[in-house]
Design a protein around this ligand. Structure first.
Ligand SMILES: Nc1ncnc2c1ncn2[C@@H]1O[C@H](COP(=O)(O)OP(=O)(O)OP(=O)(O)O)[C@@H](O)[C@H]1O
Length: 299
């Protein structure tokens, strides 16, 4: 079972906000949608939610058209947060929980659990307008997942949160995944996706420039980063064949090479020159991949 986006395009007038997007979100996995402002992430989410009709292509869950009347299926954290400022957290969650068909007692139990998890049990009786923006976001997140949906769509869940709250929310999202939920979230931050997701898609101007399993994307990319520490100048590495990037560091360098064979050759060259304190081959970061893909094919 999976969420499947099949050759989906969304056109607003002459502009294609989403352009031939095909992605698979396997059930029970966490999927990251990366992309700059205007890349088409929110438009994709709105189509997943049935709020917008695709101009072309189709979206299915478990190979069937999504049944939006089934309120237990989807939970959504919208990008534009929308809570009622005058309501207390409890009143707000009771209202939204009931819309999802939940019983009062179940809403209150879930609310208490979540507020404790977020280390803010005293918020139940506070008005939304009394909470900081970041704390309102936590309440909106609770509202999105209160009914334990199978598919959770989170638009920029980590934006505007301080590092401590980012960690609390990351843990909550991981817990939901471990309990079986399928989660799709968007972010501008590569490191959030690298940390949390097995599958991802990088959108650029409505089109997926990278899509698939994080591990495979990195393997297919081929290039490696190498961190070198040595007490002599490594500047000569700049001109070595197969070295695609060179950054000088305080007592060493970080280079990018075309593949592992080049890294091995570099190691033998520098170890002949003197003592190598550290030589570490690293996978390329998503950031490296994004910069190259978007830089070369789309600009
Ligand atoms: N209702 C609409 N009518 C016209 N254009 C739209 C509409 N909704 C979105 N767009 C355009 O589609 C493009 C994609 O927007 P979208 O909100 O999906 O991007 P995004 O990746 O979510 O960006 P952000 O990270 O800034 O939220 C943008 O150029 C936007 O201006």
């Amino acid at each position: 079972m999976s969420l499947s986006i099949d050759h989906v395009t969304k056109q607003f007038g002459q502009h294609k906000a989403v352009n031939d997007l095909t992605i698979q979100v396997p059930k029970g996995e966490m999927f990251g949608m990366l992309g700059a402002n205007g890349a088409g992430k929110t438009t994709t989410f709105r189509m997943m939610l049935g709020l917008l009709e695709p101009s072309e292509g189709k979206i299915t869950w478990d190979q069937k058209k999504i049944d939006y009347s089934r309120t237990s299926l989807i939970g959504y954290l919208p990008e534009e947060r929308g809570l009622y400022p005058k309501l207390t957290v409890k009143e707000q969650l009771l209202y939204l929980g009931r819309l999802k068909g939940m019983k009062k007692a179940d809403i209150l139990t879930a609310m208490t659990e979540w507020l404790e998890k977020f280390k803010v049990p005293e918020y139940a009786t506070k008005k939304i307008e009394e909470l900081s923006k970041g704390n309102q976001q936590k309440i909106q997140f609770i509202a999105a997942v209160l009914h334990r949906p199978e598919l959770i769509i989170l638009d920029e869940p980590f934006s505007g949160l301080d590092p401590l709250n980012v960690d609390i929310l990351k843990k909550a999202v991981m817990d939901l995944k471990n309990e079986g939920a399928t989660i799709v979230f968007s972010s501008h931050r590569m490191e959030h996706v690298e940390e949390l997701c097995e599958h991802l898609c990088i959108m650029h101007k409505g089109h997926p420039v990278v899509h698939g399993k994080l591990k495979e994307i990195k393997q297919d990319y081929g290039k490696k980063n190498v961190l070198i520490r040595a007490d002599y100048s490594l500047d000569f590495l700049k001109d070595q064949p197969g070295v695609t990037k060179y950054d000088s560091l305080a007592n060493g360098a970080r280079i990018q090479v075309e593949g592992l064979d080049i890294a091995k050759r570099i190691f033998s060259i520098i170890s002949e020159k003197g003592f190598v304190e550290r030589f570490e081959v690293e996978e390329p970061s998503l950031h490296d991949i994004f910069v190259e893909k978007v830089g070369t094919s789309y600009e």
